[in-house]
Write a new protein. Structure first.
Length: 75
C-alpha cells in the first residue's frame, strides 16, 4: 500500500488498483486505475479532455463537484 498526493498521470497509471477517499473519509472508489475515468462518467463527473486524471480524482474527492456526488459514490 502506498499513499500518494498529486501524482502525475504517468505515475497514476503505474498503479494497478486505487483506493480513493473523499475529504470527509468516505470511500468513493476502489478498483483498477484503468477503470477510474469510466467510473467518474457514471456519476456525471467526467474528466475533461487533456486534464490530468489524478488531478480530477482529487477534485472529485475534495468536493469540488458537490457533496451529493461523494455521497452517491460512497453508497
Amino acid at each position: 500500500m502506498v499513499s500518494i498526493h498529486q501524482p502525475s498521470a504517468k505515475l497514476l497509471y503505474e498503479f494497478h488498483k486505487l483506493y480513493l477517499l473523499s475529504f470527509n473519509g468516505k470511500l468513493i472508489y476502489h478498483g483498477y486505475v484503468k477503470d477510474l475515468l469510466n467510473y467518474f462518467e457514471r456519476f456525471d463527473v467526467a474528466c475533461p479532455q487533456f486534464h490530468n486524471p489524478a488531478d480530477h480524482a482529487l477534485e472529485v474527492a475534495s468536493g469540488d463537484y458537490g457533496d451529493e456526488v461523494i455521497d452517491s459514490m460512497a453508497e
